[in-house]
Design a protein around this ligand. Structure first.
Ligand SMILES: NC(=O)c1ccc[n+]([C@@H]2O[C@H](COP(=O)([O-])OP(=O)(O)OC[C@H]3O[C@@H](n4cnc5c(N)ncnc54)[C@H](O)[C@@H]3O)[C@@H](O)[C@H]2O)c1
Ligand SMILES: O=C(O)CC[C@@H](O)C(=O)O
Length: 525
Protein backbone atom coordinates (compact mmCIF):
# COMPACT_ATOMS: atom_id res chain seq x y z
CA UNK A 1 0.00 0.00 0.00
CA UNK A 2 1.50 3.39 -0.94
CA UNK A 3 2.30 5.68 1.99
CA UNK A 4 1.99 9.45 2.07
CA UNK A 5 3.13 12.12 4.49
CA UNK A 6 1.06 15.28 4.97
CA UNK A 7 3.80 17.62 6.11
CA UNK A 8 1.91 20.94 6.36
CA UNK A 9 -1.40 21.85 7.95
CA UNK A 10 -4.08 20.77 5.53
CA UNK A 11 -7.84 20.42 5.61
CA UNK A 12 -8.76 16.97 7.05
CA UNK A 13 -10.45 16.10 3.75
CA UNK A 14 -6.98 15.36 2.31
CA UNK A 15 -6.31 12.52 4.77
CA UNK A 16 -9.87 11.19 4.28
CA UNK A 17 -9.38 11.03 0.52
CA UNK A 18 -6.01 9.29 0.78
CA UNK A 19 -7.42 6.65 3.13
CA UNK A 20 -10.52 6.09 1.00
CA UNK A 21 -8.24 5.50 -2.00
CA UNK A 22 -6.23 2.87 -0.12
CA UNK A 23 -3.23 5.10 0.61
CA UNK A 24 -1.71 5.03 4.10
CA UNK A 25 -1.32 8.54 5.57
CA UNK A 26 0.78 10.09 8.31
CA UNK A 27 0.04 13.69 9.28
CA UNK A 28 3.10 15.31 10.84
CA UNK A 29 3.14 19.06 10.53
CA UNK A 30 5.66 21.58 11.82
CA UNK A 31 8.63 19.28 11.22
CA UNK A 32 12.11 20.81 11.07
CA UNK A 33 14.16 20.12 7.92
CA UNK A 34 16.20 17.63 9.94
CA UNK A 35 13.08 15.82 11.14
CA UNK A 36 11.63 15.75 7.63
CA UNK A 37 14.91 14.40 6.25
CA UNK A 38 14.95 11.70 8.91
CA UNK A 39 11.52 10.31 7.98
CA UNK A 40 11.27 11.15 4.25
CA UNK A 41 12.58 7.71 3.28
CA UNK A 42 9.38 6.06 4.55
CA UNK A 43 7.10 7.69 1.99
CA UNK A 44 5.96 7.33 -1.62
CA UNK A 45 4.40 10.79 -1.55
CA UNK A 46 4.70 14.03 0.43
CA UNK A 47 1.87 16.57 0.46
CA UNK A 48 2.79 20.12 1.44
CA UNK A 49 1.57 23.71 1.46
CA UNK A 50 4.05 26.58 1.70
CA UNK A 51 5.85 25.81 4.96
CA UNK A 52 7.78 22.63 4.17
CA UNK A 53 10.70 22.83 1.79
CA UNK A 54 11.45 19.91 -0.48
CA UNK A 55 15.13 20.46 -1.12
CA UNK A 56 17.83 18.27 -2.65
CA UNK A 57 18.81 16.79 0.71
CA UNK A 58 15.20 15.81 1.45
CA UNK A 59 14.91 14.21 -2.00
CA UNK A 60 18.20 12.38 -1.50
CA UNK A 61 16.91 11.00 1.80
CA UNK A 62 13.74 9.72 0.13
CA UNK A 63 14.62 6.93 -2.31
CA UNK A 64 11.00 5.66 -2.39
CA UNK A 65 9.51 9.08 -3.10
CA UNK A 66 7.45 9.18 -6.29
CA UNK A 67 5.39 12.33 -5.94
CA UNK A 68 5.38 15.67 -4.14
CA UNK A 69 2.00 17.38 -4.10
CA UNK A 70 1.64 21.10 -3.42
CA UNK A 71 -1.78 22.07 -2.09
CA UNK A 72 -1.57 25.46 -3.75
CA UNK A 73 -0.04 27.14 -6.78
CA UNK A 74 3.54 28.32 -6.16
CA UNK A 75 6.15 25.58 -6.10
CA UNK A 76 9.07 27.77 -5.08
CA UNK A 77 9.45 25.69 -1.90
CA UNK A 78 10.16 22.60 -4.04
CA UNK A 79 13.39 22.06 -5.93
CA UNK A 80 11.60 20.98 -9.11
CA UNK A 81 14.72 20.36 -11.25
CA UNK A 82 16.21 18.21 -8.45
CA UNK A 83 12.91 16.30 -8.15
CA UNK A 84 12.84 15.79 -11.93
CA UNK A 85 16.41 14.56 -11.95
CA UNK A 86 15.47 12.00 -9.29
CA UNK A 87 12.32 10.92 -11.10
CA UNK A 88 9.90 12.45 -8.61
CA UNK A 89 6.68 13.91 -10.02
CA UNK A 90 5.80 17.40 -8.72
CA UNK A 91 2.11 18.35 -8.79
CA UNK A 92 0.27 21.50 -7.76
CA UNK A 93 -3.37 22.58 -7.66
CA UNK A 94 -3.38 25.51 -10.06
CA UNK A 95 -6.97 26.71 -9.66
CA UNK A 96 -8.20 25.77 -6.17
CA UNK A 97 -7.19 29.02 -4.48
CA UNK A 98 -7.19 31.50 -7.38
CA UNK A 99 -10.54 33.16 -6.58
CA UNK A 100 -9.63 33.45 -2.92
CA UNK A 101 -6.26 35.02 -3.73
CA UNK A 102 -7.80 37.42 -6.26
CA UNK A 103 -10.32 38.45 -3.60
CA UNK A 104 -7.47 39.08 -1.16
CA UNK A 105 -5.82 41.40 -3.71
CA UNK A 106 -9.09 43.27 -4.13
CA UNK A 107 -9.49 43.46 -0.34
CA UNK A 108 -5.96 44.90 -0.12
CA UNK A 109 -6.86 47.46 -2.78
CA UNK A 110 -9.88 48.62 -0.78
CA UNK A 111 -7.85 48.61 2.42
CA UNK A 112 -5.26 50.88 0.77
CA UNK A 113 -7.82 53.18 -0.86
CA UNK A 114 -9.57 53.81 2.47
CA UNK A 115 -6.66 53.15 4.90
CA UNK A 116 -8.86 50.66 6.71
CA UNK A 117 -6.29 49.08 9.09
CA UNK A 118 -4.97 52.44 10.34
CA UNK A 119 -8.49 53.88 10.60
CA UNK A 120 -9.56 50.85 12.61
CA UNK A 121 -6.60 51.10 15.00
CA UNK A 122 -7.12 54.83 15.48
CA UNK A 123 -10.87 54.53 16.02
CA UNK A 124 -10.51 51.71 18.53
CA UNK A 125 -7.93 53.86 20.34
CA UNK A 126 -10.75 56.41 20.84
CA UNK A 127 -9.26 59.03 18.48
CA UNK A 128 -12.11 59.55 15.93
CA UNK A 129 -9.69 61.07 13.34
CA UNK A 130 -12.21 61.77 10.57
CA UNK A 131 -9.94 64.22 8.73
CA UNK A 132 -6.84 62.03 8.85
CA UNK A 133 -8.32 59.23 6.77
CA UNK A 134 -9.25 60.85 3.49
CA UNK A 135 -9.47 58.08 0.89
CA UNK A 136 -9.63 57.71 -2.88
CA UNK A 137 -12.37 56.18 -5.05
CA UNK A 138 -11.64 53.15 -7.18
CA UNK A 139 -14.17 53.98 -9.87
CA UNK A 140 -12.45 55.11 -13.10
CA UNK A 141 -8.99 54.49 -11.68
CA UNK A 142 -6.42 52.58 -13.71
CA UNK A 143 -5.48 49.18 -12.30
CA UNK A 144 -2.18 47.81 -13.65
CA UNK A 145 -1.81 44.01 -13.54
CA UNK A 146 1.68 42.63 -13.67
CA UNK A 147 0.85 39.07 -14.69
CA UNK A 148 -2.54 38.25 -16.18
CA UNK A 149 -2.82 34.50 -15.67
CA UNK A 150 -5.41 32.72 -13.53
CA UNK A 151 -5.41 35.11 -10.60
CA UNK A 152 -4.65 38.25 -12.59
CA UNK A 153 -7.62 37.63 -14.86
CA UNK A 154 -9.98 37.08 -11.91
CA UNK A 155 -8.72 40.35 -10.40
CA UNK A 156 -9.42 42.04 -13.76
CA UNK A 157 -12.95 40.66 -13.74
CA UNK A 158 -13.65 41.94 -10.23
CA UNK A 159 -12.06 45.32 -11.03
CA UNK A 160 -14.36 45.72 -14.04
CA UNK A 161 -17.25 45.34 -11.62
CA UNK A 162 -15.76 48.26 -9.69
CA UNK A 163 -15.69 50.31 -12.92
CA UNK A 164 -11.91 50.43 -13.05
CA UNK A 165 -9.87 50.55 -16.26
CA UNK A 166 -7.57 47.51 -16.33
CA UNK A 167 -4.22 47.43 -18.14
CA UNK A 168 -1.81 44.50 -18.05
CA UNK A 169 1.85 43.75 -18.57
CA UNK A 170 2.37 40.08 -19.32
CA UNK A 171 4.69 39.02 -22.15
CA UNK A 172 2.76 35.76 -22.56
CA UNK A 173 -0.67 37.37 -22.81
CA UNK A 174 -2.01 37.01 -26.36
CA UNK A 175 -4.04 39.85 -27.90
CA UNK A 176 -7.04 37.45 -28.11
CA UNK A 177 -6.84 36.60 -24.42
CA UNK A 178 -6.38 40.28 -23.51
CA UNK A 179 -9.58 41.02 -25.42
CA UNK A 180 -11.38 38.11 -23.77
CA UNK A 181 -10.53 39.26 -20.23
CA UNK A 182 -11.08 42.92 -21.10
CA UNK A 183 -7.61 44.29 -20.41
CA UNK A 184 -5.37 46.55 -22.44
CA UNK A 185 -2.00 44.90 -23.01
CA UNK A 186 0.81 47.37 -22.35
CA UNK A 187 4.56 47.45 -21.79
CA UNK A 188 5.90 47.51 -18.25
CA UNK A 189 6.99 51.15 -18.60
CA UNK A 190 3.53 52.15 -19.84
CA UNK A 191 1.90 50.34 -16.94
CA UNK A 192 4.21 52.02 -14.45
CA UNK A 193 3.44 55.43 -15.93
CA UNK A 194 -0.34 55.00 -16.10
CA UNK A 195 -1.49 52.85 -13.18
CA UNK A 196 -3.14 54.31 -10.07
CA UNK A 197 -2.99 50.86 -8.48
CA UNK A 198 -0.50 48.13 -9.38
CA UNK A 199 -1.13 44.52 -8.43
CA UNK A 200 1.36 41.69 -8.98
CA UNK A 201 0.30 38.22 -10.11
CA UNK A 202 3.35 36.50 -11.57
CA UNK A 203 5.44 33.61 -10.30
CA UNK A 204 8.88 34.46 -8.92
CA UNK A 205 11.33 33.69 -11.72
CA UNK A 206 14.69 35.04 -12.85
CA UNK A 207 12.74 37.49 -15.07
CA UNK A 208 10.27 38.65 -12.42
CA UNK A 209 12.58 38.85 -9.41
CA UNK A 210 12.74 42.55 -8.49
CA UNK A 211 10.36 43.51 -11.32
CA UNK A 212 9.40 46.44 -9.07
CA UNK A 213 12.98 47.57 -8.47
CA UNK A 214 14.00 51.06 -7.32
CA UNK A 215 14.33 52.02 -10.99
CA UNK A 216 10.86 50.69 -11.85
CA UNK A 217 9.27 52.33 -8.82
CA UNK A 218 10.82 55.65 -9.89
CA UNK A 219 8.86 55.35 -13.16
CA UNK A 220 5.49 54.96 -11.45
CA UNK A 221 2.79 57.61 -11.41
CA UNK A 222 3.25 59.68 -8.23
CA UNK A 223 0.84 58.50 -5.55
CA UNK A 224 0.51 54.96 -6.95
CA UNK A 225 -0.67 52.21 -4.59
CA UNK A 226 0.96 48.78 -4.86
CA UNK A 227 -0.39 45.34 -3.92
CA UNK A 228 1.56 42.07 -3.87
CA UNK A 229 -0.35 38.87 -3.19
CA UNK A 230 1.92 36.80 -5.46
CA UNK A 231 5.45 36.24 -4.20
CA UNK A 232 7.99 38.04 -2.05
CA UNK A 233 11.01 39.02 -4.09
CA UNK A 234 8.96 40.61 -6.88
CA UNK A 235 9.38 43.97 -5.15
CA UNK A 236 12.60 45.48 -3.82
CA UNK A 237 11.40 45.99 -0.24
CA UNK A 238 14.02 48.62 0.66
CA UNK A 239 13.16 50.63 -2.47
CA UNK A 240 9.47 50.39 -1.63
CA UNK A 241 10.14 51.67 1.88
CA UNK A 242 12.03 54.68 0.45
CA UNK A 243 9.23 55.37 -2.05
CA UNK A 244 6.57 55.21 0.70
CA UNK A 245 8.63 57.60 2.82
CA UNK A 246 9.07 60.04 -0.09
CA UNK A 247 5.38 59.88 -1.08
CA UNK A 248 6.16 58.55 -4.58
CA UNK A 249 4.11 55.53 -3.51
CA UNK A 250 0.96 56.49 -1.55
CA UNK A 251 0.38 53.05 -0.12
CA UNK A 252 1.50 49.44 -0.35
CA UNK A 253 -0.12 46.22 0.78
CA UNK A 254 1.97 43.06 0.92
CA UNK A 255 0.78 39.56 1.64
CA UNK A 256 4.14 38.03 0.72
CA UNK A 257 7.71 38.87 1.69
CA UNK A 258 11.22 38.21 0.52
CA UNK A 259 11.84 36.23 3.70
CA UNK A 260 8.98 34.30 5.25
CA UNK A 261 7.79 34.06 7.89
CA UNK A 262 8.44 37.81 7.95
CA UNK A 263 8.98 38.39 11.64
CA UNK A 264 10.67 41.68 10.86
CA UNK A 265 10.88 43.92 7.79
CA UNK A 266 12.14 47.38 6.82
CA UNK A 267 8.54 48.07 5.88
CA UNK A 268 6.97 47.33 9.24
CA UNK A 269 5.73 50.50 10.93
CA UNK A 270 5.87 52.56 7.72
CA UNK A 271 2.90 54.85 7.25
CA UNK A 272 0.43 53.67 4.58
CA UNK A 273 1.86 50.18 4.63
CA UNK A 274 -0.40 47.17 5.19
CA UNK A 275 0.80 43.62 5.79
CA UNK A 276 -0.85 40.22 6.00
CA UNK A 277 1.00 36.97 6.77
CA UNK A 278 0.69 35.17 3.38
CA UNK A 279 -3.07 34.89 3.72
CA UNK A 280 -3.85 35.00 0.00
CA UNK A 281 -5.07 31.41 -0.07
CA UNK A 282 -6.40 31.35 3.45
CA UNK A 283 -10.13 30.84 3.15
CA UNK A 284 -12.07 27.78 4.17
CA UNK A 285 -13.26 27.29 0.61
CA UNK A 286 -9.79 27.49 -0.95
CA UNK A 287 -8.23 25.21 1.65
CA UNK A 288 -10.93 22.59 1.13
CA UNK A 289 -10.45 22.87 -2.66
CA UNK A 290 -6.68 22.48 -2.62
CA UNK A 291 -6.68 19.72 0.01
CA UNK A 292 -9.22 17.65 -1.95
CA UNK A 293 -7.46 18.29 -5.24
CA UNK A 294 -3.94 17.48 -4.08
CA UNK A 295 -5.06 14.30 -2.31
CA UNK A 296 -7.09 13.12 -5.31
CA UNK A 297 -4.24 13.81 -7.73
CA UNK A 298 -1.60 12.13 -5.58
CA UNK A 299 -3.78 9.12 -4.74
CA UNK A 300 -4.70 8.69 -8.41
CA UNK A 301 -1.05 8.81 -9.38
CA UNK A 302 0.06 6.36 -6.71
CA UNK A 303 -2.76 3.89 -7.32
CA UNK A 304 -3.51 4.18 -11.07
CA UNK A 305 -0.59 6.08 -12.62
CA UNK A 306 -2.88 8.95 -13.71
CA UNK A 307 -1.01 12.25 -13.81
CA UNK A 308 -2.72 15.63 -13.46
CA UNK A 309 -1.28 19.08 -12.93
CA UNK A 310 2.28 17.80 -12.84
CA UNK A 311 4.95 20.37 -13.53
CA UNK A 312 7.60 17.93 -14.71
CA UNK A 313 5.76 15.17 -16.54
CA UNK A 314 2.96 15.17 -19.14
CA UNK A 315 -0.59 14.83 -17.85
CA UNK A 316 -2.41 11.54 -18.17
CA UNK A 317 -6.06 11.41 -17.16
CA UNK A 318 -7.48 8.51 -15.16
CA UNK A 319 -9.34 7.63 -18.39
CA UNK A 320 -6.18 7.74 -20.52
CA UNK A 321 -3.97 5.93 -18.00
CA UNK A 322 -5.35 2.40 -18.54
CA UNK A 323 -5.15 2.86 -22.34
CA UNK A 324 -1.62 4.27 -22.34
CA UNK A 325 -0.15 1.98 -19.67
CA UNK A 326 0.24 -1.16 -21.88
CA UNK A 327 1.92 1.07 -24.50
CA UNK A 328 4.25 2.42 -21.85
CA UNK A 329 5.15 -1.14 -20.89
CA UNK A 330 5.83 -1.97 -24.56
CA UNK A 331 7.76 1.29 -25.05
CA UNK A 332 9.89 0.62 -21.99
CA UNK A 333 10.71 -2.90 -23.19
CA UNK A 334 11.68 -1.61 -26.65
CA UNK A 335 13.82 1.06 -24.98
CA UNK A 336 15.46 -1.55 -22.75
CA UNK A 337 16.14 -3.72 -25.80
CA UNK A 338 17.81 -0.97 -27.84
CA UNK A 339 19.62 0.26 -24.74
CA UNK A 340 21.12 -3.19 -24.17
CA UNK A 341 21.97 -3.74 -27.81
CA UNK A 342 23.54 -0.33 -28.52
CA UNK A 343 27.29 -0.62 -28.77
CA UNK A 344 27.91 3.03 -28.00
CA UNK A 345 26.06 6.16 -26.84
CA UNK A 346 23.09 7.06 -29.02
CA UNK A 347 22.94 10.58 -30.42
CA UNK A 348 19.32 10.49 -31.60
CA UNK A 349 16.17 8.52 -30.91
CA UNK A 350 13.03 8.52 -32.98
CA UNK A 351 9.80 7.13 -31.54
CA UNK A 352 7.17 6.42 -34.18
CA UNK A 353 3.57 5.57 -33.32
CA UNK A 354 1.46 3.84 -35.95
CA UNK A 355 -2.18 2.74 -36.15
CA UNK A 356 -4.09 2.88 -32.84
CA UNK A 357 -0.95 4.10 -31.02
CA UNK A 358 -0.97 7.28 -33.13
CA UNK A 359 -4.15 8.44 -31.33
CA UNK A 360 -2.45 8.45 -27.95
CA UNK A 361 -0.55 11.14 -26.07
CA UNK A 362 3.04 10.42 -27.24
CA UNK A 363 4.79 12.03 -24.24
CA UNK A 364 4.37 9.23 -21.67
CA UNK A 365 5.28 6.71 -24.37
CA UNK A 366 8.47 8.49 -25.36
CA UNK A 367 9.28 9.00 -21.65
CA UNK A 368 8.99 5.23 -21.19
CA UNK A 369 11.24 4.49 -24.20
CA UNK A 370 13.91 6.85 -22.86
CA UNK A 371 13.57 5.41 -19.35
CA UNK A 372 14.03 1.88 -20.69
CA UNK A 373 17.05 2.92 -22.76
CA UNK A 374 18.79 4.83 -20.01
CA UNK A 375 17.96 2.49 -17.15
CA UNK A 376 20.40 0.05 -18.71
CA UNK A 377 23.15 2.34 -17.42
CA UNK A 378 21.50 3.87 -14.35
CA UNK A 379 18.94 2.22 -12.08
CA UNK A 380 17.50 5.54 -10.90
CA UNK A 381 16.16 6.58 -14.30
CA UNK A 382 12.37 6.61 -14.72
CA UNK A 383 9.96 8.24 -17.14
CA UNK A 384 9.98 11.51 -15.14
CA UNK A 385 13.70 12.13 -15.19
CA UNK A 386 14.50 10.33 -18.47
CA UNK A 387 13.50 13.26 -20.76
CA UNK A 388 15.59 15.65 -18.61
CA UNK A 389 18.59 13.35 -18.66
CA UNK A 390 18.20 12.86 -22.42
CA UNK A 391 18.22 16.62 -22.90
CA UNK A 392 21.19 17.00 -20.58
CA UNK A 393 23.08 14.43 -22.67
CA UNK A 394 22.21 16.21 -25.91
CA UNK A 395 20.11 13.29 -27.18
CA UNK A 396 17.94 14.38 -30.09
CA UNK A 397 14.49 12.90 -29.38
CA UNK A 398 11.79 12.90 -32.07
CA UNK A 399 8.20 11.74 -31.77
CA UNK A 400 6.40 10.89 -35.01
CA UNK A 401 2.77 9.84 -35.37
CA UNK A 402 1.64 8.00 -38.53
CA UNK A 403 -2.07 7.61 -39.21
CA UNK A 404 -1.37 4.68 -41.55
CA UNK A 405 -1.94 1.16 -40.27
CA UNK A 406 0.61 -1.44 -41.40
CA UNK A 407 0.65 -5.18 -40.71
CA UNK A 408 -0.28 -4.56 -37.09
CA UNK A 409 -3.28 -2.60 -35.79
CA UNK A 410 -0.92 -0.73 -33.50
CA UNK A 411 2.85 -0.35 -33.51
CA UNK A 412 5.67 1.47 -31.77
CA UNK A 413 8.96 1.75 -33.61
CA UNK A 414 12.10 2.96 -31.84
CA UNK A 415 15.04 3.96 -34.04
CA UNK A 416 18.36 4.80 -32.45
CA UNK A 417 21.26 6.55 -34.11
CA UNK A 418 24.77 5.78 -32.92
CA UNK A 419 28.15 6.13 -34.59
CA UNK A 420 27.37 2.77 -36.25
CA UNK A 421 24.29 4.24 -37.98
CA UNK A 422 20.54 3.99 -37.40
CA UNK A 423 18.93 0.75 -36.20
CA UNK A 424 15.35 0.16 -35.20
CA UNK A 425 13.13 -2.21 -33.26
CA UNK A 426 9.36 -2.35 -33.32
CA UNK A 427 6.63 -3.91 -31.25
CA UNK A 428 2.88 -4.24 -30.94
CA UNK A 429 0.28 -5.13 -28.33
CA UNK A 430 -1.40 -8.51 -28.61
CA UNK A 431 -4.94 -8.60 -27.26
CA UNK A 432 -4.52 -4.82 -26.69
CA UNK A 433 -2.37 -5.42 -23.63
CA UNK A 434 0.49 -7.89 -24.13
CA UNK A 435 3.70 -6.25 -25.42
CA UNK A 436 5.32 -8.22 -28.24
CA UNK A 437 8.45 -7.51 -30.28
CA UNK A 438 7.76 -7.69 -34.02
CA UNK A 439 10.99 -6.54 -35.62
CA UNK A 440 14.59 -6.23 -34.61
CA UNK A 441 17.13 -4.39 -36.75
CA UNK A 442 15.18 -5.06 -39.95
CA UNK A 443 14.45 -8.73 -39.21
CA UNK A 444 10.86 -9.81 -38.52
CA UNK A 445 10.67 -11.80 -35.32
CA UNK A 446 7.77 -12.16 -32.92
CA UNK A 447 8.85 -12.49 -29.30
CA UNK A 448 7.84 -11.58 -25.77
CA UNK A 449 10.51 -9.52 -24.04
CA UNK A 450 10.57 -10.99 -20.56
CA UNK A 451 13.01 -12.09 -17.89
CA UNK A 452 16.43 -13.39 -18.99
CA UNK A 453 16.97 -13.62 -22.74
CA UNK A 454 19.71 -14.45 -25.15
CA UNK A 455 20.12 -12.57 -28.43
CA UNK A 456 22.19 -14.24 -31.11
CA UNK A 457 22.93 -13.14 -34.66
CA UNK A 458 24.37 -15.90 -36.82
CA UNK A 459 24.75 -17.00 -40.40
CA UNK A 460 21.75 -19.22 -41.13
CA UNK A 461 23.08 -22.78 -41.58
CA UNK A 462 21.75 -26.28 -40.90
CA UNK A 463 22.54 -27.67 -37.44
CA UNK A 464 23.13 -24.34 -35.73
CA UNK A 465 20.07 -24.44 -33.50
CA UNK A 466 21.00 -27.92 -32.24
CA UNK A 467 24.53 -26.81 -31.41
CA UNK A 468 23.26 -23.75 -29.56
CA UNK A 469 20.72 -25.83 -27.60
CA UNK A 470 23.44 -28.31 -26.59
CA UNK A 471 25.80 -25.53 -25.49
CA UNK A 472 23.12 -24.00 -23.25
CA UNK A 473 22.00 -27.43 -22.00
CA UNK A 474 25.56 -28.39 -21.05
CA UNK A 475 25.73 -25.20 -18.96
CA UNK A 476 22.45 -26.13 -17.24
CA UNK A 477 20.55 -23.26 -18.86
CA UNK A 478 17.00 -24.21 -19.76
CA UNK A 479 15.37 -22.62 -22.82
CA UNK A 480 11.83 -21.28 -22.24
CA UNK A 481 10.83 -19.89 -25.62
CA UNK A 482 12.63 -19.70 -28.92
CA UNK A 483 12.08 -17.13 -31.68
CA UNK A 484 13.84 -17.08 -35.00
CA UNK A 485 13.85 -14.49 -37.76
CA UNK A 486 16.05 -14.23 -40.81
CA UNK A 487 16.61 -11.87 -43.68
CA UNK A 488 16.68 -14.70 -46.21
CA UNK A 489 17.50 -18.43 -46.28
CA UNK A 490 21.24 -18.82 -45.74
CA UNK A 491 21.53 -15.14 -44.78
CA UNK A 492 21.77 -13.46 -41.40
CA UNK A 493 19.45 -14.93 -38.75
CA UNK A 494 18.37 -13.47 -35.42
CA UNK A 495 17.57 -15.75 -32.50
CA UNK A 496 15.85 -14.57 -29.36
CA UNK A 497 15.61 -17.13 -26.60
CA UNK A 498 14.05 -16.73 -23.22
CA UNK A 499 16.06 -18.67 -20.67
CA UNK A 500 15.26 -19.64 -17.11
CA UNK A 501 18.66 -18.59 -15.76
CA UNK A 502 21.04 -15.72 -16.51
CA UNK A 503 23.61 -16.36 -19.24
CA UNK A 504 26.99 -15.48 -17.76
CA UNK A 505 30.09 -14.22 -19.58
CA UNK A 506 31.72 -17.70 -19.74
CA UNK A 507 28.68 -19.18 -21.42
CA UNK A 508 28.37 -16.16 -23.72
CA UNK A 509 31.98 -16.68 -24.82
CA UNK A 510 31.15 -20.31 -25.67
CA UNK A 511 28.10 -19.23 -27.68
CA UNK A 512 30.17 -16.62 -29.51
CA UNK A 513 32.70 -19.32 -30.38
CA UNK A 514 30.06 -21.44 -32.15
CA UNK A 515 30.60 -21.52 -35.95
CA UNK A 516 28.58 -18.82 -37.75
CA UNK A 517 27.85 -16.68 -34.67
CA UNK A 518 28.32 -12.95 -35.35
CA UNK A 519 26.98 -11.54 -32.07
CA UNK A 520 25.65 -12.93 -28.82
CA UNK A 521 24.29 -10.82 -25.98
CA UNK A 522 22.56 -11.63 -22.72
CA UNK A 523 19.49 -9.48 -22.16
CA UNK A 524 17.41 -8.75 -19.06
CA UNK A 525 13.86 -7.40 -19.02
N1 LIG B 1 -0.56 34.91 -1.64
C1 LIG B 1 -0.94 33.67 -1.78
O1 LIG B 1 -1.28 33.00 -0.83
C2 LIG B 1 -0.99 33.09 -3.15
C3 LIG B 1 -2.00 32.18 -3.46
C4 LIG B 1 -2.06 31.64 -4.73
C5 LIG B 1 -1.11 32.00 -5.67
N2 LIG B 1 -0.11 32.86 -5.33
C6 LIG B 1 0.88 33.25 -6.32
O2 LIG B 1 0.27 34.06 -7.30
C7 LIG B 1 1.05 34.02 -8.49
C8 LIG B 1 0.16 33.93 -9.70
O3 LIG B 1 -0.61 32.75 -9.69
P1 LIG B 1 -1.51 32.37 -10.94
O4 LIG B 1 -2.30 31.17 -10.56
O5 LIG B 1 -2.20 33.54 -11.48
O6 LIG B 1 -0.37 31.91 -11.94
P2 LIG B 1 -0.49 31.83 -13.53
O7 LIG B 1 0.62 30.97 -13.95
O8 LIG B 1 -1.86 31.49 -13.95
O9 LIG B 1 -0.20 33.32 -13.99
C9 LIG B 1 1.04 33.90 -13.92
C10 LIG B 1 1.14 34.90 -15.04
O10 LIG B 1 2.38 35.57 -14.93
C11 LIG B 1 2.82 35.81 -16.23
N3 LIG B 1 4.24 36.10 -16.27
C12 LIG B 1 5.26 35.22 -16.27
N4 LIG B 1 6.44 35.87 -16.37
C13 LIG B 1 6.13 37.18 -16.44
C14 LIG B 1 6.91 38.34 -16.54
N5 LIG B 1 8.25 38.29 -16.64
N6 LIG B 1 6.29 39.54 -16.56
C15 LIG B 1 4.93 39.60 -16.47
N7 LIG B 1 4.13 38.53 -16.41
C16 LIG B 1 4.74 37.32 -16.37
C17 LIG B 1 2.46 34.55 -16.97
O11 LIG B 1 2.44 34.76 -18.36
C18 LIG B 1 1.10 34.24 -16.41
O12 LIG B 1 0.09 34.78 -17.20
C19 LIG B 1 2.00 32.83 -8.30
O13 LIG B 1 3.26 33.32 -7.93
C20 LIG B 1 1.43 32.10 -7.12
O14 LIG B 1 2.40 31.40 -6.44
C21 LIG B 1 -0.05 33.42 -4.10
O1 LIG C 1 -0.65 27.43 1.13
C1 LIG C 1 -0.74 28.64 1.34
O2 LIG C 1 -1.22 29.12 2.36
C2 LIG C 1 -0.23 29.64 0.31
C3 LIG C 1 -0.43 29.18 -1.08
C4 LIG C 1 0.03 30.13 -2.12
O3 LIG C 1 1.20 30.78 -1.82
C5 LIG C 1 0.12 29.45 -3.45
O4 LIG C 1 1.06 29.71 -4.19
O5 LIG C 1 -0.80 28.68 -3.76
Amino acid sequence: MPKVLIADKMNPKAAEIFRAAGVEVDERTGLSQDDLRAIAGDYDGIAIRSSSRITTDILDAAPNLKVVGRAGIGVDNIDVPAASARGVVVMNTPFGNSITTAEHAIAMMFALARQLPAADTSTQAGKWEKNRFMGVELTSKVLGLIGAGNIGSIVADRAHGLKMKVIAFDPFLTPERALEIGVEKVTLDELLARADFITLHTPLTEQTRGILSAEAIAKTKKGVRIINCARGGLIDEAALKAALDSGQVAGAALDVFETEPAKESVLFGTENFIATPHLGAATTEAQVNVAIQVAEQMADFLTTGAVSNALNVPSLTAEEAPKVKPYMALAEKLGTLVGQLSEDAPTAVSIELEGAAADLNPKPISGAVLAGMMRVHSATVNMVNAPYLAKERGLDVREVRHDREGNYHTLIRVSVTTRAGERSVAGTLFGSAAPRLTEIFGVKVEADLDGHMLYVVNVDAPGFIGRLGSTLGEAGVNIGTFHLGRREAGGEAVLLLSVDDPVDETLLARVRALPGVKTARALRF
